[in-house]
Design a protein around this ligand. Structure first.
Ligand code: ADP
Length: 166
C-alpha cells in the first residue's frame, strides 16, 4: 500500500477560485485524466480582498467534489512550491486561456523551477466556450446585475449573487 501511495501521480491545481467557475471545472476534469490525485489548492489571499473567504471557497469546492475520491481540496498560504513539496506533488497544473495568461504564467513557472527543480508545471487549455471565463469578469457582470447562470455551478452562482447583490 505504501509503495502504491508513493508512486501515485499527484497534481496540484492552485488558484484563488473566487469563485470557482466552469473553466476551472473543465481543467479539473482534464487533470483527472492525467493524475491519480488532483489537489485543488485554494490560495489564502485575504489581502486581495476576495468576495469569498478561504473557508467559504474551500467549502464550495468540497461540496462540488464530494463524490470524487481522486479530488482533494486544500488551502495554502506562502510559497506554492512549499505546499507542493508538503503534499508530495510532482506537477503544478495551470490553465492557459490567452497569450496574456502565458506571459503571466511563464515567469512564475520558471521561478518555481528555480525554487524546486523537480516540480514540473503543465498548462491545460479549456474548452473553447469556457476560454473567456474568469472569476473577476463573472463577479463584475454579476455585481452589475447581468446574467451569469451557465458560467458557474448553480449553488455557487446563488451564493455569489447573495454576496454581491445582497
Ligand atoms: P489565480 O489568481 O491563481 O490566477 P484563478 O482562480 O483566477 O487564480 O485561476 C486559477 C487557475 O485556473 C489559473 O491557472 C488560471 O489560468 C486557470 N483558469 C482560470 N480561468 C480559466 C478558464 N476559463 N479556463 C481555463 N483555465 C482557467
Amino acid at each position: 500500500m505504501a509503495a502504491r501511495e508513493k508512486s501515485q501521480r499527484i497534481g496540484v491545481f492552485p488558484g484563488s477560485f473566487d469563485p470557482i467557475h466552469n473553466g476551472h471545472l473543465d481543467l479539473v476534469e482534464r487533470s483527472l485524466g492525467l493524475f491519480d490525485q488532483v489537489i485543488v489548492a485554494v490560495l489564502d489571499n485575504e489581502s486581495k480582498r476576495p468576495v469569498f473567504t478561504v473557508e467559504e471557497r474551500v467549502e464550495m469546492l468540497e461540496e462540488l467534489f464530494e463524490r470524487r475520491a481522486s479530488v482533494r481540496i486544500e488551502s495554502f498560504s506562502g510559497l506554492l512550491v512549499d505546499f507542493a513539496r508538503a503534499v508530495s506533488a510532482g506537477t503544478l497544473i495551470r490553465g492557459l486561456r490567452t497569450g496574456a495568461d502565458f506571459d503571466y504564467e511563464l515567469p512564475m513557472a520558471l521561478m518555481n523551477r528555480r525554487l524546486f527543480p523537480e516540480l514540473e508545471t503543465i498548462f491545460l487549455v479549456p474548452r473553447a466556450e469556457y476560454a473567456d471565463l474568469s472569476s473577476s469578469l463573472i463577479k463584475e457582470v454579476c455585481r452589475l446585475g447581468g446574467e451569469v447562470s451557465g458560467l458557474l455551478p448553480e449553488g455557487v452562482r446563488k451564493r455569489l449573487e447573495g454576496k454581491l447583490r445582497g
